[in-house]
Write a protein that binds this ligand. Structure first.
Ligand code: SF4
Length: 227
């Protein structure tokens, strides 16, 4: 696990193809060359750096480290994961002592509290305070700035990009690069089903939902890894 933030079932999901441009299809669509694959990685890295930088700027303005900011937003978005140190550390890709250190700092700032459940006195649960929820609202606004930039893309391009990125996440999960990913393309409940017009479509067998490109989920609480 990396410490810094510099940050997988009838298993039908396993049959989920990558977007056409990234796979060798029945029509003989070629796989990307090693050079193109490398360019994709470089582009992803550039995006990750830009997001990290943006997050760092926002976190600093709020008197937080990027990890503290991520911990607050993860607590606000969960569960999952359970609000306990081990699960949170796994989710954020850091070591448990690092996570504990951040939680302690947030506690000192009055943004989180630790609680022990009467049913399980051995484990400490983290909870956002009212002030913590307020900071999370500020952090969400910063995310909206990025979403506004992406919203300038044409709809079809946005959908294609979204499915392509989910495909990359699946590849990274398969390669062991990403440990936690609650996306439809990595979920045991994803099924390939034809739509009413007979075109290839996707369906969630758990929630009985059609899943057109734009409705695929990137962080679903009902996700279970495909085997
Ligand atoms: S909606 Fe959730 S449960 Fe259904 S396939 Fe997607 S990730 Fe899995």
């Amino acid at each position: 696990m990396s410490e810094g933030h510099d940050q997988p079932p009838t298993v039908i999901a396993a049959a989920e193809p990558l977007p056409p441009q990234l796979q060798a299809g029945a029509s003989g669509t070629p796989l990307p060359s090693a050079a193109l694959a490398m360019e994709l990685v470089v582009a992803l890295d550039r995006l990750a750096r830009a997001q990290r930088q943006h997050r760092q700027t926002t976190a600093s303005r709020l008197g937080l480290t990027p990890l503290q900011a991520d911990l607050l937003t993860t607590l606000a978005g969960g569960p999952p994961p359970e609000a306990v140190v081990g699960e949170l550390a796994r989710e954020l890709g850091v070591r448990q002592p690092t996570l504990t250190e951040s939680a302690t700092a947030l506690e000192r700032k009055g943004l989180v509290v630790r609680r022990r459940l009467a049913s399980d006195r051995r484990r400490t649960w983290l909870e956002l305070t009212a002030a913590g929820h307020e900071v999370v609202r500020d952090l969400s606004q910063a995310q909206e700035e990025l979403a506004a930039a992406v919203a300038a893309m044409p709809l079809e391009q946005s959908k294609t990009t979204y499915v392509a990125l989910l495909g990359v996440i699946k590849r990274f999960v398969d390669a062991g690069v990403i440990e936690v990913a609650r996306t439809c393309l990595t979920c045991r409940y994803l099924a390939q089903t034809p739509d009413s017009a007979g075109r290839a479509g996707r369906h969630c067998t758990l929630l009985d939902l059609a899943l057109p490109d734009q409705d695929l989920r990137v962080n679903c609480p009902d996700h279970e890894p495909a085997g």
